[in-house]
Design a binder for this molecule. Structure first.
Ligand code: NAG
Ligand code: NAG
Ligand code: NAG
Ligand code: NAG
Ligand code: NAG
Length: 870
């Protein structure tokens, strides 16, 4: 926590008045979700879930009609194996017929089905199917709600961690889920990079250092070689503060097959074999049993992290058999023996990638939950020895780093200046048909492949390609090799059809351009998306003074965000913009052509020939499906509240009726027939509640309560009036008394003034008028107070405290009006009494009563304010 406080001190809100300044960070893992909120005025920390836990189990499920999140969702797997979905990170964007699905089926009892996009959905026991994106969106929306509860305002902007090896398809799936959840993608950040940001936050680097961020998570093990350097004084831009830092990812290594989940799987295999051998039954055939063993494997693994053996116990695991067995760490390690050399391989891959050796590295920083596993620690110790550093919080460094990075991107916070440069993990190439040599060649055109963004290319890189073309053509963007063979992702990412070439070339040529060409830029975005953008026809206009030579450089248009890229030409929800129709790089179409260059933006059509991201209509549909679930849950909650309120009220009434003492306010203020009516109605309502309570709608439940309340109302009303009567009477008497005093004094003054020939403050008429009102008030009060005194407690009052107060107010107002009158100035003529009447007309606006004369009025109470005292 001390670390967090330190960071807090360095994070200041720059614009506190900005609407929705909050930034949400989500570290989305296969097992756990961590979230953090950056908001001015809210301490920067990890968000707590509803049970005040610092991490949320990455599961979602349904217990019949109730949707569950976190541990609740995971723990029902043993009973509802088809309705509990965990580890679905493994399924992001994966093709249905891929090895990733086979692996998932080996660890989960959920039913995986193919959807229209060829990727996967999960089918619940009731037959409804939810795509992986929708399920993840529900989890994001759940986190969004937690954040909004903490922020006290809507939260829109989110930064989400992804593994550095995530392909474009998987990144698309993350962004799609973000959008379905109603959030806006600020960025995706590679998790190792996020840890690096967190690490750098509290440190300075007198000279450049390399560190390896080793991240052992549930889904994979990855390592990033990261360079940290303070930005030198003379080269850094003015905008940077003096402790500005540069973080440069230099290399990454990973293994997608050996995360914590694989260890769980192998541990469960031990238990499965053991069970089958002991009980001569195949537990694999029992979904519930498999789910129960899966949960137990996780528990046993945690125990084995600190102990040499652990007792696995699952009551009635399957076939009515209670499973009990001792599992030793030695058994577990034997089962994972083949992985021993693999745990640290990502470190050396990353180093090789970066072109440095372990000697160049200051430390190997451990993060990720699986980094605590003894066999991984042993492997690390053997491989990197004393370079191991455990100086970041293995669970929270990534989410906190992501939040800090998100805050710096949102530009609404003043954070420590940390410039981050990441890299792409894959070779990306473009393919396009070679230029047709001549019109007679009917041969199939040759395809040219160009490696545009080799692995290790910096994020933000742009490569401009120049094509000599006179007609429409297509460019394909693809991974050079199939990425992640363990998943079977396709190589091809997308195809861009460039249209209108001939006309643009004709136009620009007619305008005088020489040898016009088509240019397109391939870009790797900060969030790791590759795209083809800024497609233009480019023409150079020669003149005498300028003989520009083509250098293959093109200063393209403004960079637009990644979501637009992945949306392709279909635009972003709520922001219809075709990202690929180049954002008119240089709108110089009408420019004079002397010595200038001109570009004409070309239309492009983006096709996703392999794995399609969700289309805008798909996402809209998904969003409304989620909204329907939300409103259904809200309605259910309202119904439950109505049910509980009715039930609670009924028990309270029953207690009031059952109370045997005759001196309770309820008994004192009620009559026997009234109590009998309530008792009858109550009995009837209890019967109704037991018969129909479970399926009655909200309105029926509210109506039942209203009907009972109507019967109780007269009693509550009497009680309240009895309470209120002395206070109202005191008030009336106080004004009665004040007015009487005033009149007596005013009369005395009048006489004195008349005798002394002084100007009179009041006229006789005014005093008489006040006295008249006073007498009326007094008479009414005397009469009705007497009547009221004869009313029994269990009878309705004959005068209401409200009316008493209103009448006293009339008297008060008239009195106040006179009291506020100014004494007229002494005039030359002493017979001034005739002018007094006109003077009385002035200064009569009823203002707030002077404080000296105000009695302490009682606040008006709500009808049931005293209800609980009954
Ligand atoms: C070419 O010029 C014509 C006539 O000015 C214009 O209508 C058309 O939009 C231009 N096409 C392109 C691609 O610039
Ligand atoms: C036109 O483009 C060429 C090649 O990119 C460049 O050398 C030249 O400076 C440009 N001329 C103008 C006026 O922008
Ligand atoms: C009547 O009101 C006055 C002034 O608010 C207060 O001092 C006095 O205690 C009250 N008397 C009763 C009986 O409530
Ligand atoms: C009104 O005040 C006068 C004078 O203080 C008092 O004699 C009279 O009883 C009061 N009347 C009521 C109804 O309180
Ligand atoms: C009566 O006269 C005195 C002395 O001038 C003054 O303080 C008081 O407010 C007057 N009272 C009324 C009711 O006018």
């Amino acid at each position: 926590m001390r670390l967090i406080c330190f960071i807090l001190a360095s994070v200041l809100a720059l614009y506190t008045n900005h609407a929705y300044a909050s930034v949400l960070a989500i570290d989305y893992g296969a097992d756990w979700i961590k979230a953090s909120l950056m908001k001015p005025g809210v301490p920067f920390d990890v968000l707590l879930n509803k049970d005040s836990k610092r991490k949320i189990q990455s599961s979602i499920g349904w217990k019949q009609a109730d949707r569950l999140f976190g541990t609740d969702a995971a723990s029902i797997a043993g009973r509802f194996p088809l309705d509990s979905f965990s580890s679905i990170k493994f399924l992001q964007a994966v093709p249905y017929d891929s090895d990733a699905v086979s692996f998932y089926k080996s660890i989960s009892s959920a039913e995986v089905v193919e959807n229209e996009r060829g990727t996967v959905s999960l089918r619940r026991s009731d037959g409804t199917e939810w795509s992986v994106e929708e399920l993840i969106a529900m989890k994001f929306a759940y986190v969004k709600q937690l954040a909004e509860d903490a922020a006290g305002e809507p939260v829109h902007d989110v930064i989400v961690t992804v593994p550095p090896y995530y392909t474009q398809f998987e990144r698309d799936a993350v962004v799609d889920a973000i959008e379905i959840a109603g959030l806006r993608t600020l960025a995706l950040i590679n998790d190792g990079t996020a840890v690096a940001v967190n690490y750098a936050m509290t440190r300075t680097f007198s000279q450049p250092e390399y560190h390896v961020i080793y991240d052992a998570g549930a889904s994979a093990i990855r390592a990033s070689v990261v360079g940290f350097a303070s930005v030198a004084g003379d080269t850094k831009p003015k905008s940077l503060t003096k402790d500005a830092l540069q973080i440069t990812v230099a290399g990454v290594g990973y293994d997608r097959t050996i995360g914590g989940t694989e260890l769980d799987r192998r541990l469960r295999e031990i238990m499965i074999e053991d069970f089958n051998r002991k009980h001569k039954r195949d537990i694999r055939k029992d979904k519930r049993g498999m789910a129960k063993l899966w949960k137990e494997a996780g528990r046993v693994k945690a125990i084995l992290s600190a102990n040499a053996d652990a007792m696995a116990t699952v009551e009635s695991v399957a076939f009515d058999i209670d499973y009990r067995s001792k599992i030793t760490r030695a058994d577990f390690e034997v089962a994972c023996a083949d992985l021993k050399g693999e745990f640290t391989r990502p470190i050396f891959d990353a180093l090789a990638n970066a072109g440095i050796t372990l000697n160049d590295v200051t430390s190997v920083i451990l993060s990720g939950g699986a980094s605590r596993t003894p066999m991984i620690q042993a492997a690390l110790k053997a491989a990197v020895g004393d370079k191991i550093a455990m100086n970041v919080n293995a669970d929270e460094a990534a989410v906190l780093g992501a939040a800090l990075h998100g805050a710096s991107l949102s530009r609404q916070f003043k954070t420590k200046d940390i410039k981050v440069t990441d890299i792409g993990a894959y070779d990306i190439q473009v393919s396009y048909p070679a230029e047709a040599k001549s019109s007679n060649s009917n041969a199939k055109p040759r395809t040219i492949n160009t490696l545009v963004l080799p692995s290790g290319s910096k994020t933000g890189s742009r490569k401009t390609l120049t094509f000599k073309r006179s007609d429409d053509f297509s460019v394909k963007l693809a991974y050079k090799a199939q990425p992640a063979p363990c998943v079977y992702f396709p190589a091809e990412i997308l195809q861009v059809d460039i249209v209108g070439v001939a006309e643009a070339i004709k136009n620009i040529t007619e305008a005088g351009a020489i040898d016009p060409v088509v240019k397109a830029t391939v870009m790797l975005s900060e969030s790791g998306f590759s795209s083809v953008r800024d497609v233009v026809v480019f023409g150079e206009f020669k003149d005498d003074t300028l003989t520009g030579r083509l250098k293959g450089f093109f200063g393209g248009g403004s960079s637009s965000s990644e979501e637009q890229i992945t949306e392709g030409a279909e635009g972003v929800v709520g922001e219809e913009q075709a990202a690929f129709s180049a954002p008119v790089a240089s709108p110089s179409t009408a420019a004079s052509t002397k010595g200038k260059n001109e570009t004409i933006a070309l239309d492009v059509q983006v096709k996703f020939s392999s794995i399609q991201p969700m289309s805008v209509p798909d996402k809209r549909k998904a969003r409304s499906r989620l909204a329907a679930v939300d409103s259904e849950e809200a309605a259910k909650q309202r119904r439950e509240e109505a049910h509980n309120t009715l039930e609670g009220y009924m028990y309270k009434l029953r207690d009031l009726l059952d109370e045997l003492r005759p001196d309770t306010p309820f008994v004192k203020c009620s009559q026997e027939p009234e109590r009998k009516r309530i008792a009858e109605k109550l009995k009837e309502t209890f019967t109704w509640l037991s018969e129909h309570g479970e399926d009655a709608d909200t309105k029926a439940l509210v109506d039942k309560r209203t009907a009972l309340e109507a019967l109780e109302y007269p009693i509550v009303h009497r009680y309240k009036e009895i309470e209120e009567f002395p206070r109202a009477l005191n008030n009336s008497q106080m004004w009665n008394w004040s007015a009487r005093m005033f009149i007596t004094e005013a009369r005395k003054n009048l006489t004195m003034e008349a005798q002394g020939g002084l100007p009179a403050k009041y006229t006789e008429e005014e005093v008489v008028a006040l006295e008249q009102t006073l007498i009326e008030h007094e008479t009414w009060l005397n009469e009705w107070v007497e009547k009221q005194k004869r009313v029994k407690m269990n009878e309705d009052p004959v005068i209401l405290s409200g009316e008493m107060r209103a009448r006293a107010k009339t008297l008060e107002n008239q009195l106040q009006k006179l009291m506020r009158k100014k004494t007229p100035k002494a005039k030359k003529s002493t017979s001034a009494s005739s002018t007094a009447s006109s003077a009385s007309e002035q200064a009569t606006t009823v203002e707030s009563a002077s404080s000296s004369a105000s009695p302490a009025p009682q606040a008006e109470d709500g009808p049931y304010e005293h209800h609980d005292e009954l």
